[in-house]
Ligand binder design. Sequence first.
Ligand code: C5P
Length: 285
Amino acid sequence: MIKVTAPAKINLFLDILGRLDNGFHSLFMVMQSVDLCDEITVSKGNGGIALTCSDSRLPQDEKNIAYKAAAAFFKATDIQPDAVITVEKKIPFEAGLAGGSADAAAVIVGLDRLFGTNLTKQQMCDIGLTVGSDVPFCIRGGTCIAQNRGEILSEVKPLKDCYIVLAKPEKGVSTAAAFAAADSSYIYHPDSIRMLDACSNGDFEGICKYAGNVFEQVIEVVERVEIKDTMRECGALLYQMSGSGPTVFGIFEKEEDAQACASRLKESIADVYVTKPVGYGASVI
Ligand code: C5P
């Protein structure tokens, strides 16, 4: 049996640049892995793909992205499907934290080890992209610029050690609906050049200053103002929505500030986590 840890991600930056010929959007993002992780196990069974997930609200069959990732792995490697997959959920879903993509990434990494296929990271990313745009980043992990659909990845300097509070309001957001809302709105574009410069130089202050997420302009999350207020009052250097939301993250230099912020947020928000940035994606443990 192979055990794989699957870190969540946040978007330090997310801009929509245009529409690609394949219908997807061309993006410019800065992605960061954090140590809020699902745990996936893969082992061989009696043929076929079987999946169980600790959260009964998620599909336990071929509709689950982790199942789709296994099917894509077997198709790409020409191996007869044979996998028993378990998914232990810690990352909230429909949260803007790539919880599903992290599971898919972990399945591909785990099956590569289980079957000794020795795929390169790029080959695994190529398989991952067939099931979701964020899967390649979830395989690579760390701190990356992500372009095009999200699959063109360039590593930048690791984010300085810090504490990242995640607060997930109850109501989930559909990514497809978020893109549709962005398509029908005028969008103000944040400064990607200055953000790129800050990331390339490992300039933490610059990253906090030039961060941005265009989905905040088109996705209403009622709790967002209150969450951001609390984060600011507790000393966050940056507070912003991740992905298409609804999760809001706050970045703190001091652990006590992050913990104090999390305690206050827990009075009104059920899902609150204190995390740290990590320099890896889906990894066998
Ligand atoms: O690839 P994924 O399944 O994560 O995409 C979820 C939704 O977001 C889809 O509706 C897809 O069209 C949209 N999307 C997009 N452009 C991207 C990534 C996702 O339009 N670069």
